[in-house]
Design a protein around this ligand. Sequence first.
Ligand SMILES: NC(=O)C1=CN([C@@H]2O[C@H](COP(=O)(O)OP(=O)(O)OC[C@H]3O[C@@H](n4cnc5c(N)ncnc54)[C@H](O)[C@@H]3O)[C@@H](O)[C@H]2O)C=CC1
Ligand SMILES: O=C(O)C(=O)COP(=O)(O)O
Length: 526
Amino acid sequence: MRVLVSDNLGEIGIQMFQEEEGIEVDVKTGLPPEELKSIIGDYDGLVIRSATKVTEDLLEAATRLKVVGRAGIGLDNVDIPAATKRGIVVMNTPGGNVVTTAEHAISLMLALTRNIPRGTSSLKAGQWDKKKLQGREIYNKVLGVVGFGKIGSIVADRARGLRMRVIVYDPYVTPEQIEKAGFESASLEELYQKADYITVHVPKMKETMGLLNKDAFAQMKDGVMVINCARGGIVNEADLYDAITSGKVARAALDVFETEPPGATPLIELEEVICTPHLGASTREAQTNVAVAVADQIIQYLKTGTIINAVNVPSVTGELLKKLSPFLTLGNRMGCLQAQLCNEPLKEVVIEYTGDFQELDMSPVSTEILKGLLTPMIQDEVNSVNAPVIAKERGIKVTETTNAGSEDYLNLMTVRIVTTETTNMVSGAIFGQYEPRVVKINKFRLEMIPEGHSAIIHNLDKPGAIGSIGSTLGNHDINIAQMQVGQDEDGEHNIIFLRTDTPIPDDVVEELRNLPLIKTVTPLEL
Ligand SMILES: NC(=O)C1=CN([C@@H]2O[C@H](COP(=O)(O)OP(=O)(O)OC[C@H]3O[C@@H](n4cnc5c(N)ncnc54)[C@H](O)[C@@H]3O)[C@@H](O)[C@H]2O)C=CC1
Ligand SMILES: O=C(O)C(=O)COP(=O)(O)O
């Protein structure tokens, strides 16, 4: 497995890759997009921070890539839908840099209020601007925190320690939760009207781009100060420039920019603006945390399939993986069996878990069923990341239900598929601890080991039918490894499941089909 680190990663993370048997790591930072594209096809894993842009164009060349790991939080530089479509897991390391980033927001607020950058540069230029650089206290001032997630809540807590009055707006956190944490919950309008300082801590998304714009500034107090340590563009830069030059906003502190690096823009050149080059997460502690986390997560995924902190696929911890492992195998085989039993356009897949599944997150098994089902049907490479997306793209409705009781089995999985022509049902269970069995195909009960070269034969339940199958295969030197006969409820028909040591060639399948008591023969590869 080869891993490429394309942005600066803490040395400890690189060492972890180097020390891992079976993993080779290359560090190539600051590559122009075309150069990165020319080498990405050689790698199974990619480690990034905010500089590398993981675009659809790059992913097109990433034929081997299995995982993108972001040493940090924001994933706005990754085309997540494009990665998902290609079956690439995208993971970040939430939590590792949140204290550091919150401390940076607080540092910027204090530096802004007390003119620290301007004091430094004027003193270095030989001046002593005491009067001009008078600041103000933050004590008892109102801080409006927009976004009460991991970083916003730490900023609120630190500001409380500085004896500020903190008000919070976050539409996805209940007022009770905000109040329980000891802060005042506010609407966005109230926050704009009351705050002396506004700091944003929301992700960059369609809904948050330009959140602080012309209309928002118009609602704010005169002389408000604005801090953006989240993402460029959440505070609209052109509108901020106008709000500062018109005197509405007194000052602003920016760590992030609409384009990075931004160059010398009119906004940055304003005396009222202080800025840092996306330093929010840049401390030794945070970079150690995120480097260790990303290296650990990527190693675990590449070596064991354990998924931690992925944003485009459910997490599967080692423990869950162990518990689910037999069901994953069974699910894949059941999907694969269904695909071969009815190869007509799929409309719907209904997955039912009956029995002792209540405590388990079965979504990875459902994905594995879809993977098994879609793989024989389509050309594209289907995997456990993109199977649900491919199903959705093809207009296949997928539903999953979990029920408590099963009459005959401790755990029963049923996959019902609805095609344009028919409905087909397959049920499976785990025997003992690990043995997958298909136990029902529509009305037929059986106990079939779903693996290898197999065939399903429908025949009339009359003497000689089974013998004729055995002799036909024998005549062609095909050894039967397992044979199971299930009887239809009407007693007239049988379903025969055969497992053979070698595949049954097409001409032999045809010969079987022509036997007098045989109705259908479906060869299977499971
Ligand atoms: N400057 C830097 O170096 C760093 C910047 N960041 C940025 O900070 C952002 C926040 O990080 P975390 O706090 O860890 O994320 P988080 O996911 O814990 O919190 C985000 C919060 O924003 C809230 N939110 C979403 N839409 C909102 C809206 N329209 N209005 C108000 N609130 C809204 C969510 O409910 C959530 O509580 C990241 O997405 C990243 O872009 C993160 C780390 C370092
Ligand atoms: O973690 C984040 O979201 C950050 O913005 C940190 O960015 P960086 O890793 O310092 O380029």
